[in-house]
Structure formats: C-alpha cells, structure tokens
Design a protein around this ligand. Structure first.
Ligand SMILES: NC(=O)c1ccc[n+]([C@@H]2O[C@H](COP(=O)([O-])OP(=O)(O)OC[C@H]3O[C@@H](n4cnc5c(N)ncnc54)[C@H](OP(=O)(O)O)[C@@H]3O)[C@@H](O)[C@H]2O)c1
Length: 334
C-alpha cells in the first residue's frame, strides 16, 4: 500500500494581538493508526469559525488551544477505517479533527451525518450554523409576529440564517454588517428589511432609522459597542440572545463590556441570555426538519464560501475575522 502522510497545521505561537500567518506552520506526520474503539477519518471540509480565535484566548466551552499542537477545529470527515461498532468506511461524520488530512478519534466523539447534496450544507444550514441560528432565535429570542429582530454579523454564517428565519416568522428584520455592499446584499438578495453598516460611523442613529419601533429581539454575535448601541434601543421586555462576541476575539486583552448592564436590563425588564447550540441538541431532528423544509420551499437561502487547500486554512481564518466572508466559510481539504 502506498505510504500516506498527514499534513498538519500547527499553532506555533499564540497571538498577543491580531492573528497572523506566522502563528501557524504546515508540517507533516505519519497517518495515525486507529486503536480499539477509534475510527480513522479523512478530513473533507474544515469548518472555519470565529470561535477558533477565541479558543486561543483561554478555556471557553472547550479547553484552550495550546501552541505546538495541531490547530483545533471542527470538520466534515469520512471514515476510512473503523475499529469501533456503528461505523463503516464511507460514513460521514462531524468531529473535532483539527486542521489536518487525517485524524484517529474515539467513536464516542463523532456525530454521524446523513449524506446530503451538496455535502457542504452539513457544515452550513444543516450544521452548527443553522442550528445555532434556529435555536438561538426561536428558543432564546422568542420573536413574535410583527416584532423587530436585529442581528449583528448579519452576513456571517449564523447571522444570515437568523435574519431569514426572522422573516419566515413574520418579523421586521434589521441586519448589522461591515460595508455598504454586504448591507445591500442582505436587503436585496436575502430579504432583510434594512441593514446598517457599522463601519460607516454613527451606528446609534443609523440603527434608530432602521428600527424606528425599537428592538424586540437582538441576536448578538459580536458584543462590544454594537451590543451597547442595541441595548439602548431595546423595547420593554425585549430579549437579547447572546450567541458570541466576535468583536472581542482577535485582540488581547478583550475590550470593555457595554455600558447599560444591568441598569437597562432592570428598567426595561430585558432578558439577556447566553446559549450554546448543543444545549438544544435533543431537539435537533425537529429543527433540521424545519430547516430542510424552508430550504426546499426557497424561503431560506444558503450562502457558502468554500476555499480550497489545507495550506490556506490560516489565511481563511484571518480573512474571516476581517469580514472577508459572506455566509459559511470552510476549507475543502480532500
Ligand atoms: N453560541 C453558540 O453555540 C455558537 C455557535 C456557533 C457560532 N457562535 C458564534 O456566533 C457568532 C457568529 O459566528 P458566524 O460563524 O456566523 O460568523 P462568521 O461567519 O464566522 O463571520 C464572522 C463575521 O463577524 C464580523 N466581524 C468581525 N469582526 C467584527 C467586529 N469587530 N465587529 C462586528 N462584526 C465583526 C465579520 O463581518 P463584517 O464584515 O460584518 O464585520 C465576519 O464576517 C460568533 O460570535 C461565534 O462565536 C456561537
């Protein structure tokens, strides 16, 4: 049999400020041999997530990534060899393989996936992004018909689904994104009612014009100044779904929190709730059925941003943090 090598991208140094290419190195290792209870996986698509950068700051909902190790990251992977019950060559799984061609992982860490066309949808609308948008908006934000929903990082993988689901549920939807072009795309191509360019300055006034009735649900992907501007415009008994804090990830130390907490929460009786998508995994099948039906009916548009080549993964993450992506960014590996 032809000897195979495993290309790996190591995090060689943790960034103290902006993430840069020199924090990573491409190297090679032998393909690992699976032990009893393990499965050998070939990575097909690596999921790029803003949270990859947050993991370098310390422990979050998972352990911190350490320098000198293969960069952590989730992927869609194919089973090559199984030494565990329930898996066979050719099966597709979602797993934390890290940034490499092959990984041998315990079977209990794998989530078996169905075969859908295109496969990439397993990382976008039918993956973490779709489920995060679905559960975060519907279970945490709980929008009612006619209410105003505002979402930040609105052209990102979660945000563009949040906005479209808000429209499906009969809400007025306002997106916040960087740059006029992205904002026009949200309204023209994805059906958002309005979009605010947070890089144009005067965010508070622009938001007020876009959401003249105030905000009932704010889906927060970014934290920081944008959260502060939204907080001040929340309506009585509004809900803030805290999904992530992209504005705080690519910097050390993290910036200051928003003003208005807890004062505005008290006066306006706001509910501000953080969540992790896996909290709702018991209801995953029902959520996927809804997402599939909306995609099939043309109500939910899927946007993916696929970059080729394992060696390009560091630049793909750096670019994502700078707002290069529209929709779900992933790297096609093999
Ligand atoms: N709670 C959970 O279970 C869960 C699960 C998945 C993801 N998340 C979180 O959800 C959030 C969105 O993830 P995603 O995958 O949708 O994002 P994404 O597709 O990775 O896009 C990130 C976007 O954030 C925007 N951004 C970057 N820096 C920013 C800043 N300083 N201020 C405002 N926007 C900034 C950029 O767009 P612009 O051009 O608009 O700046 C960029 O395209 C992240 O915080 C992530 O950690 C949470």
């Amino acid at each position: 049999m032809e000897a195979r090598t495993n290309r790996q991208i190591l995090l060689v140094e943790k960034p103290t400020d902006r993430l840069a290419p020199q924090h990573f190195r491409l190297t090679q290792a032998p393909v690992p041999a699976p032990r009893d209870g393990e499965v050998l996986l070939r990575v097909r698509y690596i999921s790029l997530d803003a949270a990859n950068r947050a993991w370098m700051q310390g422990a979050t909902y998972r352990a911190a990534v350490e320098s000198g190790t293969v960069m952590a990251g989730a992927a869609l992977a194919e089973v090559i060899e199984a030494r565990a019950d329930g898996f066979a060559p050719g099966d597709l799984v979602f797993a934390d393989t890290g940034w490499q061609d092959y990984a041998a992982l315990p079977a209990r860490q794998l989530l078996k996936l169905p075969k859908v066309t295109p496969l990439t949808h397993l990382l976008s609308v039918y993956g973490i992004a779709g489920l995060t948008a679905y559960f975060g908006l519907l279970h945490v934000g709980r929008p009612q018909v006619g209410e105003t929903v505002v979402v930040s990082a609105a052209a990102g993988s979660v945000g563009l689904l949040v906005g479209q689901i808000g429209k499906i549920k009969g809400c007025r939807v306002v997106g916040i994104a960087g740059g006029r072009e992205k904002c026009d795309w949200l309204t023209d191509a994805l059906g958002f009612d309005a979009a605010v360019d947070y890089k144009a300055g005067n965010l508070f006034q622009a938001l007020k014009a876009a959401a003249p009735q105030g905000i009932d649900v704010y889906f927060d992907n970014v934290g920081g100044d944008i959260l502060e501007a939204c907080l001040a415009q929340m309506n009585l008994r509004g809900r803030i779904a805290c999904c992530g804090a992209v504005s705080q990830y690519d910097r050390t130390p993290a910036g200051h929190g928003p003003r208005g907490v807890p004062g505005l929460l008290v006066v306006k009786r706001l509910v501000m709730q953080g969540f992790i998508v896996t909290d709702y995994f018991k209801e995953r099948e029902a959520a996927l059925a809804d997402l599939q039906s909306w995609v099939a009916a043309g109500k939910l548009k899927v946007q993916e941003d696929v970059i080729d080549g394992l060696e390009n993964t560091p630049r793909a993450l750096i670019g994502l943090l700078a707002g290069e992506n529209r929709g779900k960014r992933m790297v096609r590996v093999g």
